[in-house]
Design a protein around this ligand. Structure first.
Ligand code: HEC
Ligand code: HEC
Length: 216
């Protein structure tokens, strides 16, 4: 405490030589000038009045309040950090139709027109044939289109969409420059010649791939 803030008078209950209570709202008794000590020791002793102690706590709490508020707000902040993921596939029909040969890829990785193109050519699906009743095909297409990367918000989806040519209709998310950049340290040759089999096998490397989390 700066010396100039040492009170010139001692509050009730304090004897000279003991710590002073520094709250101005405590009535100041009149002490004749010769008894005023030049310097009031700062070490807190057991002789502080109850009111003085309460005021000290209030002051400490007031200091801690911003920290406490920050702690309260942290969960909200980390919810925003979820921007680093794509929303998982929640639609049961899509999971069933598109999750048997490979993981059902999150629609956030491709624009809506890509999903339309993929769903319109299931007879020749990357060399495989995907058989799907018409009603189901429509329902799955609707879900994929509604949740496509250019229809949702989120950092990861936006990063992928930023690299899609305005007139392009990619059918592979693994061809996206953003994907290639993130996997620049991955040897696709080794992936192809190991138990992983294909870079398309996201789950082999990303434990939480189904949840849309790829940051591990
Ligand atoms: C019969 C098996 C099978 C089913 C069912 C299937 N796929 Fe595929 N899919 C494949 C194969 C094979 C590949 C190519 C894998 C590779 O390149 O290693 C592929 C690749 C893909 C890719 C490109 C992955 C990349 O490289 O970025 C997308 C997107 C895709 N499938 C979407 C779908 C959707 C949507 C459905 C559901 C309607 C679906 N698939 C159902 C077999 C299937
Ligand atoms: C052979 C292992 C492997 C496979 C298979 C794989 N990845 Fe990755 N992926 C990685 C590695 C390694 C990184 C870099 C991690 C890092 O830098 O923290 C990465 C990074 C990523 C990132 C960036 C994460 C971030 O938060 O920046 C995304 C998104 C991603 N992968 C998606 C996929 C998807 C989707 C698939 C499947 C289509 C896939 N990955 C398949 C190994 C793999």
């Amino acid at each position: 405490m700066p010396l100039d803030r040492v009170p010139t008078v001692l509050p009730v209950g304090l004897r000279p030589g003991l710590p002073a209570c520094r709250h101005p709202d405590i009535p100041a008794p009149h002490i004749p000038a010769p008894h005023i000590p030049a310097i009031v020791p700062l070490a807190a002793g057991p002789h502080l009045t109850f009111r003085c102690m309460v005021m000290s706590y209030v002051r400490v709490l007031r200091l801690l309040l911003p920290a406490a508020l920050l702690l309260l707000l942290l969960p909200v902040a980390s919810a925003h950090a979820d921007d680093d993921r794509v929303p998982p596939v929640r639609d049961r029909a899509t999971r069933a139709a598109c999750g048997s040969c490979h993981m059902a890829f999150q629609p956030g990785f491709l624009p809506a027109r890509s999903w339309e193109a993929i769903m319109a050519s299931l007879d020749n699906h990357f060399g495989a044939r995907v058989a799907l009743p018409e009603g189901e095909r429509e329902a799955v297409t609707r879900y994929l289109v509604q949740n496509a990367g250019d229809r949702i918000s989120g950092e990861l989806a936006s990063a992928f969409m930023a690299r899609v040519h305005p007139r392009g209709t990619p059918r592979r998310l693994t061809e996206n420059p953003e994907f290639i950049h993130e996997h620049r340290k991955t040897s696709w040759y080794e992936v192809g010649n190991s138990a992983i089999g294909s870079i398309v096998n996201c789950r082999a490397c990303h434990r939480k791939a189904e949840k849309g989390r790829y940051d591990d």
